[in-house]
Design a protein around this ligand. Sequence first.
Ligand code: NAD
Length: 250
Amino acid sequence: MADFTGKVAMVTGAATGIGEAIARSLATAGATVAIADIDAAAARSTAAAIGGTEKAVGIACDVADPVSVEAAVAEVRAGLGGIDVLVNNAGLHLTGYVRPVSELPVEDWRRLLDVNVLGVVHCAKACRETMRARGGGAIVNIASMAAYKGENAYGISKLAVRGLTVALARDFAADGIRVCGVAPGFVASEAAMRLFPEERRDHYVNEVQLVRRLGQVDDVARAVRFLLSEDASFITAETILVSGGALTRI
Ligand SMILES: NC(=O)c1ccc[n+]([C@@H]2O[C@H](COP(=O)([O-])OP(=O)(O)OC[C@H]3O[C@@H](n4cnc5c(N)ncnc54)[C@H](O)[C@@H]3O)[C@@H](O)[C@H]2O)c1
């Protein structure tokens, strides 16, 4: 397993779901993890469950608000000494935003883009200097299989995340910072399980995916950990699908 001993990781939206699995995975590999979430109480309780202040801290952070992001990054720097890796996982998703582009009310479009797209920009910008000062770093942005389809507003926001992965990789390369993406297919986070009916899940597993089992949050966490690690030191500007083959491309 890749070793993150001595590294500090910030994972957004990590109080629950995929973000929590990523935070746990990095902590298990030796990192100290900042669990940054809009739900501060949940972030603190997840941090405590992961292992307390030696391994994880919970931080209040609304990724859509650059002031909140700057304050969160300042808190992590003050408490943990800096940041080496960032995972932009916080995102609005599922039924509310999985709607045709013409049907999503404009105020919902704004919030979607503020969180899913500008959230990535705010967090990457705020972490750049501390990563540069520590000799470089790595960022992984969580996109989605929906980013390849153009079916709905959510997918378009995640297409922008894929674009940002390339643009930030080019921008931050001079500071020794790699930027990659992971695009999950259907993954059984609690939120996804709550909102996707069983028939839809069965359809994915049995008729859409090539791998005939439900995707788990740890499937995503392992891919993220790889891309953040030294094993991926020659990979940047790339988004990889973790979808059980639900989407194939040549
Ligand atoms: N679950 C899936 O099937 C799936 C598939 C593809 C992509 N994704 C993406 O993976 C990510 C996580 O998905 P999940 O299923 O774990 O979601 P989730 O809803 O379980 O968790 C999202 C977390 O983000 C936090 N959050 C929401 N808005 C925030 C904000 N403005 N600032 C900071 N934190 C905020 C929430 O409090 C929550 O803890 C999302 O970006 C989602 O789009 C999920």
